[in-house]
Design a binder for this molecule. Structure first.
Ligand code: OGA
Ligand code: MN
Length: 284
């Protein structure tokens, strides 16, 4: 391996890894260095050349077993014959979207947190990017927890959150789901609001997404008010970093301790992303 360089984003989350060819198998010392940098910076970015789906899958498998792709709004985020690569795109071919999320703004979320064993990581690779817009923002949930006012922190200690599984991050209903009467009735997995990261052993906030989230056991109104308060305190510019895509960038993030969101972009521009995710474990 050439020398691997790690350059921090300077925003308390995110780093560039330089000097690595993702099309090639990873040497064990490089993998160890990446894992260490990932635990410290939560989001890693690699500039490089285009990866085929097989190359993206091979690289991803260094970090654990691949997870099956999620259910989209329609069956429009899939690669025929491949259960592991998700397509995120606004491109329409023969009247059919080739990927999920379109060109819309995606709200802050965690991938797959509505599942009982949510994906540990997501790895997103750019095949085509727009001239403007479509930035992906990341927020550090260790910092969010540490920054909570102590009274708010005391109030949420021991509470559990239900993570809505019906909606995508752009607000559309997933295939096979209906609108719930209210957040309390929404389907989805329940996880602790404060979790301990299994690798770093540090505590962080675990929020998922705001839409139809519900704090288990509370009156709906109280849950809504407390969630609004937590979100306002958690997502602050000083905990966040915006990633501006370059063609063929690969970005991997830790879903256990980050949130991410995406800006919208002009629909006449093409954005084509391929994503894998690493299978998860129960949240503790
Ligand atoms: C995702 C996602 C953001 C983006 O793939 O999970 O949220 O920038 N994508 O496309
Ligand atoms: Mn996402």
């Amino acid at each position: 391996m050439g020398k691997l360089e790690i350059e921090k984003s300077g925003h308390g989350i995110g780093a560039d890894i330089q000097g690595l060819d993702l099309t090639k198998p990873l040497a064990s010392d490089a993998l160890a260095a990446i894992n260490e940098a990932w635990a410290e910076h939560l989001v890693l970015r690699f500039h490089g050349t285009k990866l085929s789906d097989d190359q993206l899958m091979s690289f991803s498998q260094n970090f654990g077993p691949l997870d099956m792709r999620p259910v989209g709004k329609a069956d429009q985020n899939s690669v025929p014959g491949n259960h592991y690569v998700t397509v995120i795109s606004n491109v329409v071919e023969n009247g059919r979207p080739i990927g999920g999320l379109g060109n819309l703004e995606a709200q802050w979320h965690v991938d797959m947190s509505y599942n009982p064993a949510p994906a540990v990581a997501s790895i997103l690779h750019a095949w085509a990017i727009p001239d403007r817009g479509g930035l992906t923002h990341f927020c550090n949930m260790y910092a969010a927890l540490e920054g909570l006012p102590s009274r708010l922190r005391a109030r949420i200690e021991g509470l559990s959150l239900k993570h809505d599984s019906a909606h995508t991050s752009v607000g559309g209903l997933r295939r096979g789901f209906e609108e719930a009467a209210n957040a309390g009735e929404a389907p989805g997995a329940v996880h602790p609001l404060i979790r301990t990261h299994p690798v770093t052993q540090r505590q962080c906030l675990y929020l998922g997404r705001r839409q139809d989230a519900y704090i288990v056991g509370m009156a709906l109104e109280d849950s809504e008010a407390l969630l609004d308060e937590i979100w306002a305190a958690a997502v602050r510019p000083e905990y966040c970093w915006e990633h501006i895509w370059q063609l063929h960038d690969t970005v991997m993030w830790d879903n256990r301790c980050t949130l991410h969101r995406r800006d919208g972009f002009p629909n006449e521009q093409q954005r084509i992303m391929r994503r894998t995710q690493i299978g998860g474990d129960k949240v503790g």
